[in-house]
Design a protein around this ligand. Structure first.
Ligand code: URA
Length: 232
């Protein structure tokens, strides 16, 4: 009887030791796309970024990579406090190798400038680093494959604020916590090992181009981001 109890306690201790306590005590739902595969990188920030880019370029048997002309790794300032995550490169991005340089990018620039930000003050990447054929959404399998790279990217940059543009970025990072129209405009504290990042989802600029009446909600989110920048 006593032995049984001891064994149960040992099992429980082992369970808590292998589990991430941040997940156990977090009010965020478990993100099933996030398999917590860690990527080993060494050196300073710019060396780690180079290694990460090389690792992504070595991905094999990927439909996205096969159809794209080049990797779209990131843009902006790697020392920025604010990191923006979009969905995936489009045609212009695929041609230039930089994120958000097409029409959605022009709108993003306007949105940033409305709160006194520009590309020198933010760092930008996407959930997937190769253009999905015909601009389709990345599949759950593709998102799951690229997510360890995105997580590593965030840990290298160490942003204070993470802005998730659109539902693909929202679901990749925060899991299935609801539709973007309900989840946008709320702050979440997302933990990455020793890093805690203020995270907010907002509408994707490409969506706003199709539904300009939704811009009023983006404006609310932008003002929340501006306020948070001033607080931290
Ligand atoms: N849309 C995105 O999500 N990312 C880009 O880089 C461009 C358009």
């Amino acid at each position: 009887m006593k032995n049984n109890l001891n064994q149960k306690i040992i099992k429980l201790i082992n369970y808590y030791n292998i589990s991430n306590l941040n997940n156990i005590f977090s009010n965020l739902p478990v993100n099933r796309l996030d398999k917590k595969t860690s990527i080993l990188l060494n050196g300073n920030k710019s060396e780690k970024l180079k290694q990460l880019k090389l690792k992504i370029e070595k991905i094999k048997n990927c439909e996205l990579k096969k159809n794209a002309s080049q990797i779209v790794f990131a843009g902006g300032n790697s020392s920025a406090k604010i990191m923006i995550v979009g969905e995936g490169p489009g045609a212009q991005e695929d041609q230039q190798g930089l994120p958000f340089v097409g029409r959605a990018g022009q709108l993003l620039d306007k949105m940033l400038s409305a709160i006194n930000l520009d590309r020198k003050k933010v760092y930008i990447t996407n959930v997937v680093n190769y253009r999905p054929p015909s601009n389709r959404k990345p599949t759950p399998e593709e998102i799951q494959r690229y997510l360890p790279f995105l997580n590593a990217h965030i840990e290298i940059i160490q942003p204070k604020i993470l802005v998730l543009m659109g539902s693909t970025a929202l679901n990749a990072i925060l899991g299935d916590i609801g539709v973007i129209s309900k989840v946008r405009g709320k702050w979440f504290e997302k933990n990455y090992n020793s890093l805690t990042v203020w995270t907010i989802a907002s509408f994707h600029p490409a969506f706003l181009m199709r539904q300009p009446d939704q811009k009023k909600f983006s404006w609310i989110d932008l003002k929340m981001i501006k306020k948070k920048i001033n607080e931290i």
